[in-house]
Design a protein around this ligand. Structure first.
Ligand code: ADP
Ligand code: MG
Length: 293
């Protein structure tokens, strides 16, 4: 393609809400045959809500919300924000943790009111050899059965509560996925979340292939494995835990509503945070490069 045609292509992209880093990106966009979609914040709104709290018999709900809310308030994760918001609504202002640590893809921990508090998925508690009593096991199983995310809360060496959070699929996601299929792309839903949630979201929007329970540092490796199989891979993400995968992909597409790290790592920014723009980008690249050859 001539430099002018490429510039026209990128200019047309800007009008469609697709910011392309350089004209050379159009070539990899055209060649893409596989599209990997991050779940949270990409296919779903990422705006989670705290729906339910179950505690062990001798634990006070307000204490759970105060301690878990305080630690999550220090995190940017959509789950964390839902918990902090739900906690504030019920118990009022939250204390500031004396220490805070984000354990990527698993949860958070911090010291609040002198207690070491853990909030996150089961593997976070496994590391400290914490087990769940029957009440918590049942609450967790029921949440996951419903395709919701169960978050565990522990402090002072005991698991004490299950918080249930969920978000919803974006209204435009199913249509985008139909368009990817029409473009002949293989689609894969990639998430750190559990298999049940991943499958529920996948079937809601029409994606059959789901890779779940992937740690943030392994997301780039999944992309790399597909590339090793000869696939030309596009990855769409919001940058929460997937900036490295966006950089690894042949074509990284960041949701404009995502993090600065995502936008930096990606080749293309979808300004409106609308997944359909990814299909627009691929059509545009095929058109721009196809007509001029
Ligand atoms: P996704 O791939 O869907 O964007 P992440 O990789 O960010 O998800 O997180 C994977 C899982 O780790 C979440 O589904 C959740 O169970 C747990 N998790 C991560 N961060 C937090 C947090 N701040 N609070 C509670 N749980 C968390
Ligand atoms: Mg994400």
């Amino acid at each position: 393609a001539t430099p002018t045609a490429l510039l026209v292509g990128t200019g047309r992209g800007a009008q469609l809400g697709i910011l392309i880093k350089g004209p050379e990106v159009l070539e990899s966009t055209r060649a893409v045959d596989t599209i990997v979609l991050d779940k949270t914040g990409t296919v779903t709104t990422g705006k989670m809500t705290l729906l339910d709290v179950t505690t062990t018999p001798d634990t006070d709900v307000d204490a759970v919300l105060r301690l878990a809310g305080a630690v999550e308030d220090a995190s940017e994760h959509p789950i964390a924000q839902a918990i902090a918001k739900g906690a504030t609504a019920r118990v009022g202002s939250l204390p500031t943790p004396e220490s805070f640590e984000n354990i990527e893809g698993r949860g958070v921990q911090g010291i609040v009111d002198g207690h070491l508090v853990l909030v996150g998925r089961r593997s976070l508690l496994d590391d400290s050899a914490l087990t769940l009593d029957a009440t918590l096991e049942a609450a967790m199983a029921s949440a996951e059965n419903d395709g919701k995310t169960a978050v565990l809360v522990a402090w002072d060496g005991a698991a004490r509560a299950v918080l249930v959070v969920a978000d919803s699929v974006k209204p435009t996601s199913a249509e985008a996925i139909t368009q990817f299929a029409e473009l002949g792309l293989t689609q894969i839903l990639l998430t750190g979340d559990n298999k049940t949630v991943a499958r529920r979201v996948g079937s809601e929007v029409g994606i059959e292939q789901v890779i779940a329970e992937v740690l943030p540092e392994d997301k780039a490796a999944v992309v790399q494995r597909l590339q090793a199989e000869g696939k030309v891979v596009a990855m769409v993400g919001d940058g929460v835990n997937d900036a490295a995968a966006l950089a690894q992909a042949d074509l990284g597409l960041a949701m404009g509503t995502g993090t600065d790290a995502a936008i930096e790592a990606a080749d293309v920014t979808l300004v409106r945070g609308d997944l359909r723009s990814a299909a627009d980008a691929i059509r545009l690249a095929r058109k721009t490069l196809g007509t001029i050859k």
